[in-house]
Design a protein around this ligand. Structure first.
Ligand SMILES: Cc1cc2nc3c(=O)[nH]c(=O)nc-3n(C[C@H](O)[C@H](O)[C@H](O)COP(=O)(O)O)c2cc1C
Length: 180
C-alpha cells in the first residue's frame, strides 16, 4: 500500500475480531512504532501486550480501578469496564516511561504518540484494524503498575488490534493552513 494512500484511508474500525496479527506481524507493528521521531533517542515507549486470557487480567484490574474511583458502580458498569479488554483479540497498552533530564516530558509523550500513529498505519498496511483509546483506566496507577509503569509515567494509548469486522467511517477533516 502506498504510504499516502494508507494515511488517507486509515480509520478506527467499529468492531475488531479474530484473527489477530500473528507474532511476526505484531513485531512488525511494534517495530514501526520504534521508528517514530524521538528527541534525545530516549526510547520512552513501553509496549505491553495482552492476548487471550491475559486480557481478562487487564479487564479485572480495569474493573477494580473503576470500583475504587466510583465506589457505587453497578455490576453492569463493572462488567462493561471488564468487557473493554475483550473488544479485540490483542490489546496493547502503550506507555511513556518518563526520563528526568533536559528533554521536556511533553516531548517524550509526543514521541510515544508518534509511535502509536506509526503502529496504527503499520496495522492498516498489513490489513488489520486498530483503535486508539484511553479512558479513565489509562490514568489509573494500578493499570500503569500492571504494565510496569510508575504513577508519574503515562499511558498514551490503549491500542486495540484485530481484523476489521465492522469498518469505521472515514470523515475528512478540514485542511486549514494559516499562511502569513
Ligand atoms: C490520545 C487519544 C486518546 C483517544 N481516546 C479515545 C477514547 O478513549 N475513546 C474513543 O472513542 N476515541 C478515542 N480517541 C479517538 C479515536 O482514536 C479516533 O481517532 C477517533 O474516533 C476518530 O476516528 P478515526 O481514527 O477513524 O478518524 C483517542 C485519540 C487519541 C489521539
Amino acid at each position: 500500500m502506498d504510504l499516502l494512500e494508507g494515511i488517507q484511508s486509515r480509520t478506527s474500525p467499529k468492531k475488531l475480531d479474530a484473527p489477530a496479527p500473528n507474532a511476526t506481524q505484531l513485531e512488525q507493528i511494534v517495530r514501526a512504532g520504534t521508528r517514530a521521531p524521538d528527541h534525545g533517542r530516549l526510547r520512552p515507549w513501553r509496549f505491553t501486550v495482552f492476548e487471550g486470557a491475559a486480557r481478562e487480567k487487564l479487564g479485572d484490574v480495569m474493573a477494580n480501578c473503576l470500583r475504587s474511583r466510583v465506589p457505587n458502580s453497578t455490576e453492569e458498569h463493572l462488567a462493561a469496564e471488564r468487557g473493554k479488554a475483550l473488544r479485540a483479540p490483542v490489546v496493547m497498552v502503550v506507555g511513556a516511561k518518563i526520563s528526568k533530564g533536559k528533554i521536556p516530558e511533553i516531548e517524550q509523550v509526543c514521541a510515544v504518540s508518534a509511535a502509536i500513529q506509526n503502529m496504527l498505519l503499520a496495522a492498516h498496511g498489513l490489513g488489520f484494524g486498530a483503535m486508539w483509546k484511553t479512558g479513565a483506566a489509562a490514568y489509573d496507577p494500578e493499570v500503569k503498575a500492571l504494565c510496569g509503569l510508575a504513577p508519574e509515567d503515562h499511558i498514551v494509548g490503549i491500542v486495540y488490534l484485530g481484523s476489521v469486522s465492522a469498518p469505521g467511517q472515514l470523515v475528512e477533516a478540514p485542511v486549514d493552513i494559516n499562511r502569513v
